[in-house]
Each structure stands twice: as structure tokens, then as C-alpha cells.
Design a protein around this ligand. Structure first.
Ligand code: AGP
Length: 607
């Protein structure tokens, strides 16, 4: 998720653009850049936070009142100056900034290189500016429209040219863009936070719409150049609310971001017609897989729970022995690892010290290594032999939510990909891929229950102890639900395999010790039901996360939250959502600091 700002008017554009980027820094800030339209285009870029760009620009005598700027959350290509936006055409006369993912960028890049275009970056974005250059004959908007006709994927773009210094062209498909309407000046931004200091009148661009912005006004059309009529809306949010997208906390925003985060991670990776998974950057093919007789997964916290789910996926779909280790334990255990071991490290931040140490320990013993990472260009991402970025976008809340779901989705794609290199059939791959592609919409139906789940949370917010129980692939979900509750509401919660209750934990059960059961209608449903009966017989209160249509469960549980039916291996992607919402609403009721819980950090870069 990147940040875009553009200005055209009578004031000095540079300071307006830099200030606007600062307002968007929460959207991601691994690099930034600015393009000013003077006689020629003048470009400045920097790596790291916006303040680095600001320092570069402070002595810049660029007298210009037209420009665009960008703060990047890297998806394709590490955070370097070369990969930072704006990207420019070969002749340096067109500059472009982009938010989104161009799915067919490699095909477009090859075509453009054949036509003689010189690329300077590793990004998907750069193909756009060379495409526009290819079509440019003097009308910038027309060239943008022609270029976008061959683009697949999501974009929010702003484009300027020294050949047309009196306008900015913008276009949107899947990545939000808002146009600010000022007096003798106009703006463009990824969200209103960047421009609210200058105007509260905005036009929201719709998907497949193009805008031409000049000092005197804004015109819009659709992707076929048919003019479109747009309403001017008035913004009545304050800045803080805007950064959280109108949600009370970043955590709640990120819980609701999950459908889009998963769509971004799935984009361009699943060919459901042929049952093929396309994973660029894995650097791990049939030859390497043939050499592996064991998979070890090392991670921490929520990422470790994603690893536990991956164990089920790899053993079910790839049939290679898989074990999951706490990275903090693995690193000091003198593990038996060799060149027939594949170590997979999972890390949202890509900077967790224990996970990095486990990676280095395994590499030192000859293991092949893959990373499942969110932050592009992070330390772990740079030290693994290959891997997958999960494209979840920046996760601000300390309690991980959308990164967990995106990790599980990525690990499932990896398991399918490996499975197809071994004995997984095409029909089974297609069946699971089709189910996976439905998950974002199914999560949306669960998110609609947030108010219902809040009512349940308020009933249980006063309890001091919880048991979270699940069986088989629902056991890691129980652990994740317990961790969510612990880390943001400070309530003691333990996750357990539900059959283990009789080996001790059931001694804890009484009316003041509620349990949460993750009990989808799968192959072990009946067995979990009997575990629930055991708790009911001891007057234990129970909350169940169950499959839509299951009437039985509501006769036993005190409260039930339903999720849609899906493939057994995919149920965790749905059953975890109610647990995230439950812990969020309990924490809010207990007035803890949901986004920054006590004693915790977003990335634990120390031992
Ligand atoms: C999860 O909600 C916690 N914030 C924490 O357990 C986290 O998952 C763990 O520190 C690992 O972080 P990483 O994924 O960035 O490596």
C-alpha cells in the first residue's frame, strides 16, 4: 500500500507534496520520491522515511507549482532509490507514481525492451511509464488511456510530463485515489489525509476512471474516454480518523483489510484453469525439491502459529515430513540439519532476531532456506535463498491479524506448488485453488458479524481466564485466538488440542472459566462435540466458532459464531476471523491500548 500526492496551482508545490507524504507515512515508508515540472522534469528520491527525502529537497531551488510525490511500500523490488517512485520514461519527459500491483508486468516489460526501452528498476510499476511513452504523441491523457488498455492488475497512478506542464493525469483501478478541489489549485492523493489541510472538498475517482487535473479544474472520463460526471463530497473526518480509515484502531482496520490483503497476495499467482501456481522469486524448483527429505519451519508468535498450519498443509499436499520449531529454541538446540533440509522462516517484519538467528544457524549447516515475509527488502528477506512476499501491506497494530491470514494463504499456495511437483493431482489442486480464491469474499461475510461478536465479547470481558480449544488443523487457530486475547486484553488464555483437556486442563473448568471452541464441520467434528459435552457437564461456559448451518452446536454452546463452509484445509482462514474480532472487542471493553499493548513491540529485533 503506497502513498501518492499531487499538486497543481499557484503555490510552491514542493512543500505541499512533502507535507502530504508525511500524512501518508503510515501507509508504508521504505522509500519516497518527488517529481517537479519545471522546464524539464526534476526528480528526487530517497530510501527510508520521508524525512530523508525532505533533507534532500530542503536546498532544492525548484520553483514549480506542479508536481507529484510518492511514499513506497515495496512489493516488487527492494527498497532502493532506483526502485523508488516516480519512475520516468526513457526520454525523461514523463514521470509516474503508482499504488497497486501490475500482474502482467513481466510480459509487458519484455515487449517494451524489444521495442528498445531501457529499464532502470526492478519494479512492476516502471512498465507503465514506458507504455505511456510508447503511446505519447502530445496528449498525455490519451497516452495514459491507451497504455492502461493493455495493463492487468490494480493501479492508482498520477502522471506528469514536461511536454504538458499544465496538467496532471490520474487513473484508478483497485487502488483508491481522491482528487482535492481547491480555489485556483487542485490536488490528487491516495487518501484525504494528505490534502485535508488544504481542502475538504473532494472527488472520489472510481475504478477504470481517468482524470485530467489543471489549475482551473478537473475533468474525468472512463477508460474508453467517455466523459463522466462526478459529485464533489465534503470531508468531515479528522486526520487521525482518516489514517485509520475511519476505524477506531489500526488493528480493527487491519482485521477489515484482510479480504483485500489476501486478494493482493493471490493476484497473478493462481491459474485455476490449469491448477498451476506461479511463484516468482522462489528460486526453488523440482530439482531442489527432489533433494529435500525434510522441511523445518522456524518462526515466533503468530508466525509460529502460521507455521503449525503449514505443517498440516505440507504433510497433506506434499507428503514431506515437516516439523515446526520456535525459532528461539531452534537456534540454541544444535539442530540436526543438512543440505537435504529445507528451512522455511515465516516473519511479518523480516527483522525478528530469533528467526534471523535460526535462519543463519540452518544456513551454516547447509540447509536450503525460503522466507514467507511481509516487509520487502527486510533483513530476513535478503538472507534467505528465495521465498514469497505476502503483500499484506503495512501492519501497524502490534497484534498481527492480516499478516497471519496472508502468511497462511501464501503457505497454502507454496504447498500446492510443491505438491504439484510431487504427487498432487491437477483436479485436487484446482479444487483447493478455487476454494482459496473464494476466501476473501467469505471473510467479508464474517466481518459483517462484528457487532454480533461485540455483544458476545461484552458478555465475557470480565472473565480472568479462558481455554481455547481446537483439534487437528483447528488447534493452531485455537493457539492464535488465545494469543490475540492475551496480548491485547491482558486476560490469561491458553490454547490446547481439545482432546488434551482430559489430561489435565479440564480440572480448571468451572462457571468462571469459559472456553472457546474452534469446531468447524470437518472430519473430527463429532469428537470435538464430545469434548464440549464434557465441559458442559461441569457447567463451563462455551463460545463456539462453527460452520454455517450447524444447528447441533448451538444446543451445547452458550454462544455460537458461524463461518461459511470451505475445504477442510482452508477452515483456519475463516475460523480465525471471529477470534480476532472477539479479542479486539474484549480489549476495547477493558480499555487497554489495543494498537500498542503494554510490554510489546511490533518487531522484536532483540533476543
Ligand atoms: C503477534 O500478534 C505478535 N505481535 C508477535 O507474536 C509476532 O507474531 C512475533 O513477534 C513474530 O513477528 P514477525 O512475524 O515479524 O517475525
Amino acid at each position: 500500500m503506497c502513498g501518492i500526492v499531487g499538486y497543481i496551482g499557484s503555490k510552491e508545490a514542493k512543500d505541499i507534496l512533502i507535507e502530504g507524504l508525511k500524512r501518508l507515512e503510515y501507509r508504508g515508508y521504505d522509500s519516497a520520491g518527488i517529481a517537479m515540472v519545471i522546464k524539464d522534469l526534476e526528480i528526487k528520491k530517497s530510501v527510508g522515511k520521508i524525512k530523508n527525502l525532505q533533507e534532500k529537497c530542503c536546498n532544492w531551488e525548484s520553483k514549480s507549482s506542479t508536481g507529484i510525490a510518492h511514499t513506497r511500500w515495496a512489493t516488487h523490488g527492494a527498497p532502493t532509490e532506483n526502485n523508488a517512485h516516480p519512475h520516468t520514461s526513457c526520454d525523461g519527459k514523463i514521470a509516474l507514481v503508482h499504488n497497486g500491483i501490475i500482474e502482467n508486468y513481466s510480459a509487458l516489460r519484455s515487449q517494451l525492451i524489444k521495442k528498445g526501452h531501457q529499464f532502470k528498476s526492478e519494479t512492476d510499476t516502471e512498465v507503465l511509464v514506458h507504455l505511456i511513452e510508447d503511446y505519447f504523441t502530445g496528449d498525455l491523457k490519451e497516452a495514459v488511456i491507451k497504455a492502461l488498455a493493455s495493463v492487468e492488475g490494480t493501479y492508482g497512478i498520477a502522471v506528469v510530463s514536461s511536454e504538458c506542464p499544465d496538467k496532471i493525469v490520474a487513473a484508478r483501478n483497485g487502488s483508491p485515489l481522491v482528487l482535492g478541489v481547491g480555489k485556483g489549485e487542485n490536488f490528487i492523493a491516495s487518501d484525504v489525509a494528505a490534502i485535508l489541510s488544504y481542502t475538504d472538498k473532494v472527488i472520489y475517482l472510481d475504478d477504470k476512471e481517468v482524470a485530467e487535473i489543471t489549475i482551473n479544474g478537473i475533468t474525468t472520463c472512463d477508460i474508453e474516454s467517455n466523459p463522466t460526471k462526478k459529485e464533489i463530497s465534503k470531508i468531515d473526518w479528522d486526520l487521525e480518523a482518516i489514517e485509520k480509515g475511519g476505524f477506531d484502531h489500526f488493528m480493527l482496520k487491519e482485521i477489515h483489510d484482510q479480504p483485500q490483503a489476501l486478494r493482493n497476495g493471490l493476484a497473478g499467482r493462481i491459474d485455476v484453469k490449469t491448477g498451476t501456481i506461479h511463484l516468482g522469486g522462489l528460486n526453488f524448483g523440482v530439482k531442489e525439491l527432489k533433494n529435500i527429505d525434510r522441511i523445518v519451519i522456524a518462526a515466533c508468535g503468530t508466525s509460529w502459529h502460521a507455521g503449525l498450519l503449514a505443517e498440516f498443509l505440507f504433510e497433506n499436499l506434499v507428503a514431506i515430513p515437516t516439523e515446526v520449531e520456535y525459532a528461539s529454541e531452534f537456534r540454541y538446540r544444535n539442530p540436526v540439519v543438512n543440505d537435504k533440509t529445507l528451512l522455511i522462516v515465516i516473519s511479518q517484519s523480516g527483522e525478528t532476531a530469533d528467526t534471523l538467528a535460526a535462519l543463519r544457524e540452518a544456513k551454516g549447516k547447509g540447509a536450503k532456506t525460503l522466507g514467507i515475509i511481509n516487509v520487502v527488502g527486510s533483513t530476513i528477506a535478503r538472507e534467505v535463498d528465495g521465498g514469497m512476499y505476502i503483500h499484506a501491506g503495512p501492519e501497524i497494530g502490534v497484534a498481527s491479524t492480516k499478516a497471519f491470514s496472508a502468511q497462511v494463504s501464501a503457505l497454502l499456495m507454496l504447498a500446492l506448488h510443491f505438491g504439484r511437483m510431487r504427487n498432487l493431482s491437477i483436479p485436487k489442486t484446482i479444487e483447493i485453488s478455487e476454494a482459496l480464491l473464494k476466501i476473501p469474499d467469505q471473510i467479508e461475510t464474517i466481518l459483517k458479524q462484528s457487532e454480533e461478536i461485540k455483544k458476545i465479547a461484552l458478555k465475557y470481558a470480565k472473565f480472568r481466564d479462558f481455554l481455547y480449544l481446537g483439534r487437528n488443523i483447528s488447534y493452531p487457530v485455537a493457539l492464535e485466538g488465545a494469543l490475540k486475547l492475551k496480548e491485547i486484553s491482558y486476560i490469561h488464555a491458553e490454547g490446547y488440542p481439545s482432546a488434551e483437556m482430559k489430561h489435565g486442563p479440564i480440572a480448571l473448568i468451572d462457571p468462571d472459566f469459559p472456553s472457546v471452541f474452534v469446531v468447524p464441520k470437518d472430519s473430527l467434528y463429532e469428537k470435538v462435540l464430545s469434548n464440549m459435552e464434557e465441559i458442559k457437564a461441569r457447567s463451563g461456559k462455551m463460545i463456539a466458532v462453527a460452520t454455517e448451518g450447524d444447528k447441533e452446536i448451538a444446543k451445547i454452546a452458550d454462544d455460537t459464531i458461524y463461518v461459511p463452509k470451505t475445504h477442510d484445509l482452508l477452515t483456519p482462514l475463516l475460523t480465525v476471523i471471529p477470534l480476532q474480532l472477539f479479542s479486539y472487542h474484549v480489549a476495547v471493553a477493558r480499555e487497554t491500548d489495543v494498537d500498542k499493548p503494554r510490554n510489546l513491540a511490533k518487531s522484536v529485533t532483540v533476543e
